[in-house]
Write a protein that binds this ligand. Structure first.
Ligand SMILES: [Fe+2]
Length: 345
């Protein structure tokens, strides 16, 4: 490939004349922004150990009262993006949030879409769009763009969850903001019960729901049962995987990031294709290794890791006796909407 001219090759007075007119020559940067064949991601394969971060998160509870933190979160920052940029990947933000008994977060809404994956503790709840969502290990709770939400904790031990947001993207678009609001009324009914069975949806005198987000809590007990039933029904399947969807439309649960759960059979190794979006893996139950090109991470329960796009990832169950269960978040809905999604096999 032809080497292109560098900025230093240009006369200083010419460079100054360009700068004075807010002009930049393209060719010195052309190969960086359009590299040959495959992007050069800043996202690095990174592993965050829950055992290592948990004491630091609990210490944050002692060091910083909730009034001084508003959200007591340790951000899982990818060193490839610079820790201060608080990004796990180009479009994903990850944070481990601690809520202590009796603490509350007042009602608010924001433009970034969020989900929380509950990591430990009992007794906490989120009220999203008037729907009360209890939190238990492995539950996925949506707080999509623009929906009012608040949370509280009536239990007696710390509660921790993993926040997954499209904040880096929405911030990059200069569209990120937050609004505080009045306490919400709790509405009757819960989407996780109304949509508890596959293949049927609630219907009011032949009228289907037209809510953009009809289901806000995906209980782990149901998702796990779906995976086990799929595994038992189809021993021939290579991947025992489900996707979190809007049960009315079958489309992605949220607009920008995609969410999945995956079961690794005892001893199973599963090779995932090289796809354009970056992905995050969080181990809900069991023990697994995640190999991202030449890097290999041993995940214990509640560990999280990320892989850049365009990389083949190999998942392996480290146990020969018990299944392993992973939560996966990726940027696939965004890539598909933008028309840049690729699966290179
Ligand atoms: Fe929020």
């Amino acid at each position: 490939m032809q080497e292109l001219g560098r900025l230093e090759d240009l006369p200083a007075d010419y460079r100054e004349a360009l700068k004075a007119q807010n002009l930049v020559p393209l060719w010195p940067n052309l190969r960086a922004v359009l590299p040959p064949g495959v992007p050069r991601p800043r996202t690095r394969a990174t592993h965050w150990s829950y055992e290592a971060l948990r004491p630091l998160l609990l210490q944050a509870g002692e060091l910083t009262p909730i009034e001084k933190a508003e959200r007591r979160v340790l951000v899982l920052a990818n060193p490839g993006h610079g820790l201060d940029n608080m990004q796990a990947s180009a479009a994903m933000y990850l944070g481990m949030q601690l809520l202590l008994p009796g603490e509350r977060a007042p009602a608010h809404r924001h433009t970034p879409n969020a989900v929380r994956m509950v990591v430990e503790g009992e007794g906490a709840w989120s009220l999203v769009d008037g729907e009360r969502c209890p939190m238990a290990r492995g539950d996925l709770i949506l707080t999509p763009t623009g929906l009012w939400h608040e949370h509280g904790h009536d239990g007696d031990a710390p509660v921790v969850w993993l926040d997954v947001l499209d904040l880096p993207l929405v911030y990059y678009m200069e569209a990120s903001y937050h609004v505080d609001g009045p306490r919400q009324a709790t509405l009757p009914g819960r989407g996780d019960r109304a949509y508890a069975r596959g293949g049927v949806v609630p219907t009011q005198v032949f009228q289907r729901s037209d809510k953009r987000y009809p289901m806000l809590r995906y209980p782990w007990a149901e998702t796990r049962a779906a995976l086990e039933s799929l595994a038992a029904d189809r021993p021939d399947l290579e991947a025992v995987q489900v996707t979190y969807v809007n049960p009315e439309t079958g489309g992605d649960a949220e607009n920008i990031l995609g969410f999945h759960a995956l079961m690794l059979r005892p001893g199973q190794t599963l090779r995932l294709p090289a796809r354009s979006p970056a992905a995050v893996f969080h181990l809900i139950e069991g023990a697994a290794t995640v190999q991202v090109e030449e890097q290999r991470f041993a995940l214990a329960e509640a560990d999280t890791c990320c892989a850049p796009g365009y990389c083949a990832v190999t998942l392996a169950n480290a146990s020969a006796d018990a299944p392993g269960f992973l939560f996966v978040a990726d940027e696939a809905p965004l890539h598909r909407k933008l028309g840049v999604f690729e699966n290179r096999g």
